[in-house]
Ligand binder design. Structure first.
Ligand code: FE
Length: 299
């Protein structure tokens, strides 16, 4: 079974801007560039977890999912293959680049690439925040954070991610114009969410969680100096109880910066349905100019 969201990769013509955005604003740490010049950021003692590859357009490249060990990875790959998913093993060069022991990958029915890995390289006591921070990012057993994808058909996507891949439903938020499903794979309320957007596929946002509210507040204070646009104002979600704000990045991808997310116990968890995403806040300022996610129209 998948245990954690381990890393994320995008491509962007503005990859270089992440060197300052990722450190001075987010508080992540710059690590060694990838072989293609990718800007790579660490948020804990794992060598890196966020890669922004140089590219001609903003693009989702891959999400990396961590499994416990080699036995689990092999069993999981066998299981997916038996279910008809075309899973490929990554070669030594790719494993070196991602800094994992082993890697297999496949694409979902709409082309989103997922990598299954174990043994990601880590250097204890190596993480130093890129700007003044009171605490750290919430990672460890809860992985990097969460990713939210927009999918053309929520029922088909639910079947793929839940029944085939084993993501466990935390809850749903359904309104007149939206249907979002949230899935956990560890204590984090959701590591993955899928949002229905007919005719489209894309990467809506990635969430990073601060241990300390003050580090979220500081990010909000730093927005003006770094010219970071607010995509959704500070608010609190009904389902994972996260207090968060959504901000633009240099690459069309929204980043949710949060604090205080709910930790779930899978053994006793019962999925709910909500009809509102937030208790308060999360308002979309009028006249936003940044794109809300990296979206592609399907033909
Ligand atoms: Fe989120």
């Amino acid at each position: 079974m998948i245990q954690e969201l381990s890393y994320v990769g995008i491509a962007s013509p503005r990859a270089e801007e992440w060197r300052s955005y990722g450190t001075d604003f987010l508080g992540a740490m710059l690590t060694e560039d990838g072989p293609d010049g990718a800007v790579r950021l660490a948020v804990d003692d794992i060598n890196y977890r966020i890669a922004i590859h140089p590219g001609t357009e903003d693009e989702f490249r891959y999400a990396g999912w961590g499994l416990a060990n080699e036995t689990d990875l092999r069993a999981y790959v066998d299981q997916l293959t038996e279910q008809g998913i075309d899973v490929q093993w990554g070669d030594a060069r790719l494993c070196r680049e991602r800094q994992v022991a082993e890697l297999a990958w496949f694409c979902d029915p709409w082309g989103l690439r997922h990598e299954l890995t174990w043994g990601k390289a880590a250097l204890p006591l190596s993480f130093r925040p890129g700007r003044a921070m009171k605490g750290r990012f919430v990672t460890g057993g809860q992985g990097l954070g969460h990713v939210v994808f927009e999918v053309p058909d929520i029922e088909a996507a639910n079947k793929f991610y839940s029944s085939l891949l084993g993501f466990r439903l935390s809850d749903r938020i359904i309104g007149d114009s939206f249907h979002v499903r949230f899935y956990h794979i560890n204590g984090r309320h959701h590591s993955l969410a899928l949002s229905q957007n007919p005719g489209h596929i894309g990467f809506n946002h990635m969430m990073l969680e601060y241990e300390e509210m003050d580090d979220l507040g500081t990010a909000i204070d730093l927005q003006a100096a770094h010219g970071v646009e607010t995509m959704q104002t500070l608010g609190r979600h009904t389902n994972d109880l996260m207090t968060s704000t959504y901000v633009a990045s240099p690459s069309g991808l929204q980043i949710e910066l949060g604090h205080g997310g709910l930790v779930v116990d899978d053994l006793s968890w019962v999925a709910r349905t909500f009809h509102k995403p937030s208790y308060w806040g999360h308002k979309r300022p009028t006249g936003r100019t940044s794109r809300p996610g990296i979206l592609k129209a399907l033909d």
